[in-house]
Design a protein around this ligand. Sequence first.
Ligand SMILES: [Zn+2]
Length: 160
Amino acid sequence: MRAGARGTALESGVMPPSTPAQPESDTPVAQRPDEGRPALDPAIADALKKDAAGLVAAIVQQYDTLEVLMLGWMDEEALRRTLSSGRVTFYSRSRAEYWRKGDTSGHRQWVRGVALDCDGDALLVTVDQEGAACHTGTRTCFDGRALPAVTADRPHPEGS
Ligand SMILES: [Zn+2]
């Protein structure tokens, strides 16, 4: 409901593409065709701590089993689409394009919730994942890929 209301408000706001002349040097590293698009809620955009390429990491987790499925990257537009469409959209750094998970693989991710971390540089997207989250066909990107690690138990409190 909130997402719908926000979307409506933004879309009715029809922002004219009258970008005042700005120095070219101030334009972001990754120029994307943003003209005419609704914008991400400024309050959310302001809270994002994006990297030099304008991206934040998005950790994707299965909502019920809590499996950590994969890590992707989002810019403001990918996050806007994710927040407003019910489907997870990433920004592909290698292909320099938006990528809605499952459009080619059928392994769609249905949004159950999105949270921003404490310092704004990572998102946790909880989803209902259809099939394999990983392009290699494993359920998660981490299945079968454990590294050798020294493990340890936390110390017991005194007297226990
Ligand atoms: Zn993977």
